[in-house]
Design a binder for this molecule. Structure first.
Ligand SMILES: Cc1cc2nc3c(=O)[nH]c(=O)nc-3n(C[C@H](O)[C@H](O)[C@H](O)COP(=O)(O)O)c2cc1C
Length: 301
């Protein structure tokens, strides 16, 4: 019997549904025991979000400050797992507070120690630098990263900003104003994600995780946009300044979060299109360097 632990946290149910679809082929296999673990916070974040909570989550998300979690069940803690499927979403270019808190917990140190891990990301589209942060946390837990899958909203960057924000603030997955596309990872991509489970299952049965990422890439597990990488990297530098500035602001924190909100709107609607145009000019000059970078971000090293 092989034990597989499926870890997730999800507010809307999107990441949970990805986790359940990927696990389907494993659940159908007799000698594989799949255990689901939903990360639960002592003080949950609201869903749908309101303005104050949404922007208020920024400094602690970005600075990766953990919050208190409900303990993992004894049943899970005493099981020795052969594989962990670690699902996470991105908050402010960083693994979300729940997943970050779990990865920094004493329970994670025990559960992940020397265990192969596949990371599965369900976010808007800006996950590259968050994955770099997850890689560090995985190493700190002495786990072995063997695969990565990224499921994103495939519509244009600015359209997905509108639709995801509307979804996060209404809690309803609908076509905003009747004209925008549905927010989030498409139902088709979610449904088809069980194909990744098939590949993970065969690696598990063959005891060969070394070829897993290559095989996942063959079925389109990760797409990397060099433009989004540029935005992600630039925004990380700016977010570092803002979060360090706001985190210790005490009484004026609320005021500065409002200023940050205005800054963010300007950055998204004004600065990111400028970065896009600059990127178009820079791309031909740095073609090889960008190509090498894209290969790196598709991988797990
Ligand atoms: C506070 C907050 C910040 C977010 N920041 C990002 C981000 O930086 N990059 C990104 O691709 N998605 C971002 N998202 C979208 C989430 O990654 C995710 O797709 C969405 O919250 C749905 O996940 P769920 O399964 O928890 O409902 C953010 C969502 C929230 C609530």
């Amino acid at each position: 019997m092989r034990n597989v632990l499926v870890i997730y946290y999800s507010q809307s149910g999107q990441l949970e549904s990805i986790a359940r679809n990927i696990a389907k082929p494993l659940l159908k296999t007799d000698d594989i025991n799949v255990v689901f673990y939903e990360i639960q916070l002592e003080e949950p974040f609201p869903f749908p979000w309101n303005n104050e909570a949404f922007f208020g989550a920024f400094p602690e998300s970005f600075l990766q400050i953990p919050t208190a979690l409900k303990p993992v069940s004894e049943e899970i803690m005493k099981t020795k797992f052969d594989l962990i499927l670690l699902h996470y979403q991105v908050w402010y270019l960083t693994p979300s507070i729940p997943i970050n808190s779990f990865l920094k917990s004493a329970d994670a140190k025990i559960l992940l120690d020397n265990i192969p891990v596949v990371t599965i990301n369900g976010s808007r589209n800006m996950w590259i630098m968050a994955q770099e942060k997850v890689k560090v946390l995985i190493k700190q837990n002495n786990a072995l990263l063997k695969g990565n899958i990224a499921l994103v909203d495939r519509v244009g960057n600015l359209i997905s900003v509108v639709t995801i924000v509307e979804w996060m603030f209404s809690g309803v997955k609908k076509k905003y104003l009747g004209i925008f596309p549905l927010p989030g990872v498409s139902d088709k991509d979610i449904k088809e994600s069980s194909k990744f489970g098939e590949v993970i299952l065969s690696s598990l049965l063959e005891n060969d995780f070394e070829n897993l990422q290559r095989r996942l890439l063959e079925i389109d597990a990760v797409r990397v946009s060099s433009y989004l990488v540029t935005v992600d990297k630039t925004a990380n530098k700016i977010f570092a300044k803002w979060s360090n500035f706001i985190v210790n602001k005490g009484d004026s924190r609320k005021f500065w979060l409002k200023v940050f909100k205005v800054y963010l709107l300007i950055a998204i609607w004004l600065i990111s299109p400028i970065v896009y145009i600059l990127h178009l000019f820079i791309y031909p000059l740095k073609r090889q360097k960008i190509k090498n970078e894209m290969e790196y971000y598709k991988g797990i090293n």
